[in-house]
Write a protein that binds this ligand. Structure first.
Ligand SMILES: [Zn+2]
Length: 435
């Protein structure tokens, strides 16, 4: 068994903030399972509305979570495709179902509280509907075989998700339902993280964080927080697209940058520009936080953070200032997925790749934990890794509040058993009960 890391040495968070979080949450420890309703019954490489509509069995899911002693469910209510899986008047819901409402109802009779994850800037459907709100490239270049030009919008083929046509439905018909679907097909699944999908390839868009897309998001937020008894609201993709360094160079952003910083600083590559990106994302965080609290002052606000180098990645590419964002939102959720980068089950080489990322993620967090001004609750993966790797991550990245596991579909029976034993023997059932 690997030794637990003394994380309290690395974090510099005021104790009252941790106390407030635990009090708001209502149990000493969080043990959360993530669920993506529209990614099908296995991993997360499919975009599958048919499954969400016809096969997603809410009671079966809640029973399984209770049996393994989970006290929290994190539902991805808005995924990167833009689908909104609740009863919405503002957004696009292709599932014909109020998935969130059904989970909230089922949760009432259990020890499980409902949290939601909300994809913010990445939104394929909005990219189709509002190309004028999509972020714009400021340079020409090539990435993963995709060419893009200065001035073009950042709508590209999706790296992760693929789509199968439902039985007896033609591509043309299905294209009406998923207008961002292309007729290109990915035939073979690979082993690296971005090559595991198979099927029709959809488009994906990163929206401009200075556009009306933000107003649209906040309208959705009010709908969710006002109408559903959720415990926490977590913003995902609260950032720029990490694949590119030249976003967003639309007229809105350039004008705003010039009016804030004058005509001297260089676009795309100056310190002022990186400050501007971080401020843009922090402004969204502030508006999001205020909107959530105005609808329900007790709802916990959170955000997902990608580990990596501070300057090159968090600042220059993502526009995520950890200190700023964690001063605004109540809790941060670092995504510690080393064994999603590879697994020993795919052979010795991929085991080594993943071990390297594990080492790197621990080191990165030790180095950067002091940037957080709020408590941190890690989310780590159970999909696409084996039981031993999963438990190793769970143990190592519990920073004191508990752990969230990603995700329900794709977790093996052996892993479910291990998760149950982990709750009983390492967290302690008394810590998971709500007061
Ligand atoms: Zn822009």
């Amino acid at each position: 068994m690997i030794k637990k890391i003394e994380w309290s040495k690395y974090f510099k968070i005021q104790p009252h903030k941790v106390d407030t979080f635990v009090k708001n949450f209502g149990a000493n420890k969080t043990y959360a399972m993530g669920l993506m309703p529209i990614r099908g019954p296995k991993g997360f490489r499919k975009l599958d509305y048919e499954f969400a509509e016809k096969e997603l069995n809410i009671n079966k899911i809640m029973n399984k979570l209770e049996e393994a002693h989970f006290n929290s469910l994190g539902i991805v209510i808005k995924d990167t495709d833009g689908a909104c899986t609740w009863d919405t008047k503002v957004g696009w819901n292709p599932t014909n179902r109020d998935v969130l409402g059904e989970f909230c109802d089922a949760g009432k009779e259990t020890n499980i509280k409902i949290n939601v994850s909300f994809t913010s800037m990445n939104d394929a459907y909005q990219g189709y509907l509002h190309p004028e709100r999509v972020s714009v490239h400021g340079e020409s270049g090539k990435k993963h075989g995709i060419y893009y030009k200065d001035g073009e919008i950042s709508t590209h083929i999706e790296g992760e998700m693929r789509v199968d046509l439902p039985k007896n439905v033609s591509f043309e018909e299905y294209h009406k339902k998923i207008p961002f679907l292309t007729d290109q097909v990915d035939e073979k699944a690979g082993k690296s993280r971005d090559a595991r999908g198979k099927g029709y390839i959809p488009l994906t868009s990163f929206m401009c964080p200075n556009s009306e897309h933000i107003d649209y998001l906040l309208e959705l937020v009010i709908e969710v927080v006002k109408n559903y008894p959720i415990k926490g609201f977590f913003a995902d993709y609260i950032r720029y697209d990490g694949e590119f360094t030249d976003l967003c160079a639309c007229n809105r952003c350039i004008q705003k940058f010039r009016s804030n910083y004058g005509n001297k600083p260089k676009l795309l590559k100056s310190n002022e520009w990186y400050d501007f990106k971080a401020e843009t994302i922090a402004n969204y965080a502030q508006r999001l936080h205020d909107t959530i609290k105005s609808a329900d002052s007790k709802c916990v606000t959170g955000w997902f953070c990608l580990p990596g180098p501070k300057k090159l990645f968090s600042r220059k590419r993502l526009g995520q200032d950890w200190m700023k964002l964690s001063s605004i939102l109540d809790v941060v959720s670092p995504m510690e997925y080393p064994y999603l980068m590879g697994t020993r089950d795919d052979g010795w080489y991929w085991g080594k790749v993943a071990d390297f990322f594990y080492w790197y993620f621990v080191r990165n967090m030790k180095k950067r934990a002091r940037e957080f001004k709020s408590p941190a609750l890690t989310v780590t993966n159970s999909v696409e890794c084996n039981t031993e790797e999963m438990i190793k991550q769970i143990r190592s990245f519990d920073f004191g509040l508990g752990i969230a596991v990603f995700k329900y579909f794709g977790t093996s029976e052996e892993q479910w058993k291990a998760l149950k034993l982990y709750a009983e023997n390492e967290i302690g059932l008394e810590n998971l009960k709500f007061s």
